[in-house]
Design a protein around this ligand. Structure first.
Ligand code: PSV
Ligand code: MN
Ligand code: MN
Length: 407
């Protein structure tokens, strides 16, 4: 991409009334957390394909995450999942992260991979199982404190497969009790992010099925509990950006798990299936940030935890992560090119077509020259994917062999 192309881009955006320096500042400030489990082997219930060079332990996952951060400048933190990333010494893990220019981000409890949890974890009718699950949640809060993280991010697999299988309201009460105990253990400044999903692994009812249930639970718990929107966890056709706007307005949008879905919780590369949705999510966030009349909403928007949550089944792990991040950056950049004065004028005049065009036109801008310029100013490669393939890192990790960490 030549400077001529960047000049043409800048001229065009200035004509549109866009403050390019402000756009660049926002792009440089964008940070997206990557998940430790996105670097390990994963699959479906049919098969986990084992890849050569996959990290064998949490430390090697951090090594890979550091490469991604070095090449993109976007990913200074890594989410961990316990017990997948269980280590003897969490201080050592966070010090190792720091030595690579990273920090440990959200701590994710795992309440779905033990036989005891087959019929539920914190919603299980067996009091002993519920206690075990709460102990694990409390352990995760302690781990977050040890690694210096301010986020515990909870996804609950609990649900039932058949009508009558369990008492839905009793399960709701048990869930609320368990989460209240977890909430009590948070220090000030820490947040509990509550993720919802409408089905799977349970196929009749899920205890935290949608944003309304997650929101209600968060409100009951208190201000340190917020909702996490995983973009892949909605039924077909759901207007996810509307949910985003609503939760921002209620000051309860805590974070995102970015990925794409076509049919269900497919965990495909973010932006690969419906890039317009990703753009429209950022449109709502940027609109909230501009809303001077609602400082609480602005503050909520400012501290959103952006995270990737993908399990790459057939893709090479590190390039898949880089692709995901570049997609997030691209659609964020496009949203930053919305001409707000024009949009607000069209909305005030109730000019439907002009308002729609205003949003769509930002999406249609080619941001490639802008992203090349921003990356240069951030001292990262203009083309991080190409730089990765040329770096020799893939050859270097061959020595790890096959059979690294799964999820
Ligand atoms: C399962 O659906 C899931 O993908 C959730 O999105 C969680 O965030 C993730 O696993 C890790 O527990
Ligand atoms: Mn998720
Ligand atoms: Mn999921």
């Amino acid at each position: 991409m030549s400077d001529i192309q960047y000049q043409a881009f800048e001229t065009r955006q200035k004509e549109r009334g866009i403050d390019i320096e402000a756009v660049k500042r926002e792009l440089k400030a964008l940070k997206v957390e990557t998940p430790s489990w996105g670097y390990g082997d994963s699959g479906t219930r049919f098969k986990v394909f084992k890849k050569v060079g996959v990290p064998r332990d949490p430390f090697e996952k951090l090594d890979d995450a550091a490469v991604v951060h070095k090449l993109t400048g976007l990913t200074p933190s890594v989410a961990i999942h316990i017990p997948w990333d269980k280590v003897d010494d969490y201080t050592q893990l966070s010090e190792y992260a720091a030595s690579l220019g990273l920090r440990i981000g959200a701590v994710n409890p795992n309440l779905f991979q033990e036989d005891d949890y087959m019929l539920g974890s914190i919603t299980n009718a067996d009091e002993n199982v519920r206690k075990k699950a709460v102990d694990h949640l409390l352990e995760c809060v302690e781990i977050a404190k040890e690694v210096g993280s301010d986020i515990v991010s909870l996804w609950l697999a609990d649900g039932t497969n058949y009508p009558g299988q369990a008492d839905i309201r009793k399960r709701k009460h048990w869930m609320e009790e368990a989460l209240a105990q977890t909430y009590q253990a948070l220090e000030s400044g820490m947040r509990l992010l509550i993720e919802y999903k409408f089905f799977e692994p349970a196929f009749y009812h899920t205890d935290l099925a949608d944003w309304g249930m997650a929101y209600n639970t968060a409100v009951k718990l208190g201000p340190q509990a917020e909702v996490l929107v995983d973009t892949g966890h909605h039924a077909q056709g759901t207007n996810v950006e509307h949910i985003v706007a609503y939760l921002l307005d209620e000051e309860r949008l805590g974070g995102f798990h970015f990925n794409s879905r076509k049919y269900a919780d497919d965990d495909l590369i973010v932006g690969a299936i419906n890039p317009y949705e990703l753009f429209l999510i950022f449109y709502q966030i940027l609109a909230a940030l501009r809303d001077d009349e609602h400082p609480g909403t602005q503050q909520t928007a400012r501290r959103i935890a952006y995270m990737i949550d993908q399990s790459h089944n057939i893709e090479p792990k590190i390039p898949a992560m880089i692709r995901s991040l570049l997609n997030v950056q691209t659609y964020y950049a496009k949203a930053l090119l919305i001409q707000w004065d024009e949009l607000e004028d069209a909305q005030a005049k109730q000019d439907v077509l002009r308002a729609e065009a205003c949003v769509r036109e930002a999406f249609e801008q080619d941001v490639t020259p802008l992203l090349h310029a921003v990356r240069e100013e951030m001292n990262v490669p203009r083309d991080p994917m190409k730089a990765f393939y040329e770096s020799g890192y893939l050859d270097k990790i061959q020595e790890r062999g096959v059979g690294g960490a799964s999820w």
